[in-house]
Design a protein around this ligand. Structure first.
Ligand SMILES: [Zn+2]
Ligand SMILES: [Zn+2]
Length: 198
């Protein structure tokens, strides 16, 4: 039998009596999961970057029939590049998790939300749903999602990051240069023109 993945929980350990489990995600996995994201690759960090980030999940896991529920917290951090100056930016993850694992055959199609269980405490649309197959549930896609979804479209090291000089590449947060601001060719003709004062 193939070896179960590192974040697998065997179904035989899961019952209607919740079990508490702690999982940690090492930097090597974080860097592997974030590989290919532009704001991660821009750092030029090595594979298995020890500063990529870490994660820790504290989960309660229980089942009702073939439906497996996991609730708890996911805390961690990850490092990406500032979209303006390319310096490392540390992002913090602090999420509450509430996830349902359904046998693959029971997965709702498309966007359809799973049928709400009678007496369920949360509306079905607030639940994350993952499929499982075989003798275990695999938490890896859930953990991976925590990191990938934490990367904003354009991360900033600070709100007013001045970025890099487009001409000489100096980091304008820590240095100055004497590059002239390029004149927009469309405005060049207006140079020297006196605008009427308002
Ligand atoms: Zn920056
Ligand atoms: Zn410059």
């Amino acid at each position: 039998m193939p070896k179960p993945p590192p974040y697998a929980v065997p179904l035989r350990e899961i019952s209607d009596d919740p079990i508490h489990r702690t999982f940690t995600v090492p930097p090597a996995l974080v860097s592997e999961w974030l590989k290919g994201l532009p704001m991660r690759d821009a750092l030029g960090a090595p594979d298995e970057d020890p500063n990529a980030g870490t994660g820790k999940a504290e989960l309660d896991i229980y089942a009702e029939g073939a439906h497996v529920f996991t609730t708890g917290t996911f805390k961690g951090d990850l490092t990406v590049a500032c979209s303006r100056c390319v310096e490392p930016v540390k992002l913090v993850i602090d999420e509450r998790l509430m996830v349902t694992f359904l046998p693959k055959a029971e997965m709702p199609l498309d966007e359809e939300a799973p049928e709400a269980e009678e007496g369920a405490e949360v509306p079905a649309e607030d639940l994350d749903v993952f499929p499982y197959e075989g003798e275990f549930i695999d938490l890896e896609p859930l953990f991976r999602e925590q990191f990938v979804l934490s990367v904003p479209y354009a991360p900033l090291c600070r709100e007013d990051c001045k970025g890099l000089c487009p001409q000489c590449g100096i980091d304008r947060n820590s240095g100055t240069c004497s590059c002239e601001k390029p004149v927009d060719p469309r405005l060049a003709g207006l140079k020297g023109l006196k605008l009427p004062s308002a």
